[in-house]
Design a protein around this ligand. Structure first.
Ligand code: NAG
Ligand code: NAG
Ligand code: NAG
Ligand code: NAG
Ligand code: NAG
Ligand code: NAG
Length: 301
């Protein structure tokens, strides 16, 4: 009787000790590993100052996360050609990656989502885990928006190709991803940025770029129908217009079917997530807590 009681007691003690050890283990692991650093790349006409809300959301849900909002090519400088911006951002971000043994996450907003793709495609030793594309015109842009009116007051979407698909036009960021569905040949021939990244125009670096890009662990594509700037809004998830301006979704796009830069591979790997939300205007994506909770938070571990 006495012996049995002793056995029961010591068994319980053993369980408690085990529990204590595993708790200590969890504390130890999370203090050593922590959350991966987050790098934020801004969009057209904005700057690092626009991300105070997003910083607050991350600090609340993942305290201690080291977040860097890269303060380069702000405001009108964001009109510089995208390859030039890729080089600039890369130089700023590379040391952050080197400091992060466990890797980093990217949150790239609007035009910044295209800059991030340029970085991921041309940096062979990047260590990006989640690439979060926050309302970025990933398949291009074709729409009359306030930005367009401000930039090119004498143009509308139907005639902007005259300017964009020239050597001079390609020195302006927005022309680097202007995708006129009625002048596809010209886009494919002239776009020095998006048509190359998408491998819509054959280029000798395509295979290398694809392999570099595929080092990411997850691609998260966030967008929604009330965006008001990204046109069509589905471009944020690689959908785009055909020559009738009917939106063809990602999975029926040639670049997906041909797996020209890795999108289909990511999908097959189970590493492609789409997150669509209604009721969010373009300038609100980074400042709307529902967007953060629904589409971003879980990928920042
Ligand atoms: C993060 O939250 C803590 C606690 O609320 C606060 O003290 C700190 O200043 C915040 N840091 C940033 C960068 O917002
Ligand atoms: C955050 O990351 C930057 C870039 O790697 C680094 O210089 C800085 O020391 C880090 N800050 C903290 C508090 O770890
Ligand atoms: C595009 O380039 C091809 C090959 O150089 C050429 O044959 C074709 O005429 C060009 N199309 C346009 C619209 O410029
Ligand atoms: C291919 O990559 C090399 C080295 O990075 C670069 O010099 C060259 O311009 C790239 N080619 C194209 C078509 O972008
Ligand atoms: C474009 O629309 C017209 C009229 O609705 C239709 O006849 C034609 O087949 C469509 N073309 C494509 C490529 O879908
Ligand atoms: C925030 O996002 C939610 C969810 O999509 C949406 O219903 C709401 O209108 C948004 N609020 C603002 C101010 O953008």
């Amino acid at each position: 009787m006495k012996g049995n009681l002793w056995k029961i007691l010591s068994r319980r003690e053993h369980r408690e000790t085990q529990l204590l050890w595993s708790l200590l283990g969890i504390c130890f692991l999370s203090s050593v590993l922590g959350y991966k650093p987050v790098v934020i790349v801004h969009g057209l006409f904005d700057s690092s100052a626009d991300f105070v809300n997003l910083l607050r959301f991350i600090n609340q849900s993942h305290p201690g996360t080291n977040v860097s909002v890269i303060d380069l090519f702000d405001r009108t400088a964001s009109l510089e050609p995208l390859w030039k911006q890729v080089e600039g951002f890369k130089e700023a971000i590379y040391p952050i990656m080197q400091n992060a043994a466990e890797g980093v996450h990217f949150i790239c907003y609007s035009q910044g989502g295209l800059i991030c793709r340029g970085i991921l495609s041309t940096l062979p030793d990047h260590n990006v885990h989640s690439f979060i594309s926050l309302s970025s015109p990933q398949a291009g842009q074709y729409g009359d928006t306030v930005y367009l009116k401000y930039l090119f007051p004498t143009f509308v979407k139907a005639n902007l190709y005259h300017l964009c698909y020239t050597a001079v036009g390609q020195k302006i960021s927005i022309c680097n991803y202007w995708n006129d569905p009625h002048h596809r040949d010209m886009y494919v021939n002239s776009s020095d940025y998006l048509a190359l990244l998408n491998s819509e125009r054959p280029n000798p670096n395509a295979t290398v770029w694809k392999n570099n890009f595929l080092r990411i662990k997850k691609l998260i594509l966030i967008g929604g129908p009330d965006d008001g700037v990204i046109t069509p809004w589905q471009s944020s998830q690689f959908g785009f217009y055909d020559d009738n301006e009917t939106v063809i979704d990602m999975k029926n796009q040639e670049m997906f079917l041909r797996d020209s830069f890795g999108l289909k591979t990511l999908y097959a790997r189970g590493d492609l997530a789409l997150c669509s939300l209604a009721g969010v205007e373009h300038v609100m994506w980074h400042s709307n807590e529902t967007v953060y909770k629904t589409c971003i938070e879980k990928w920042l571990i």
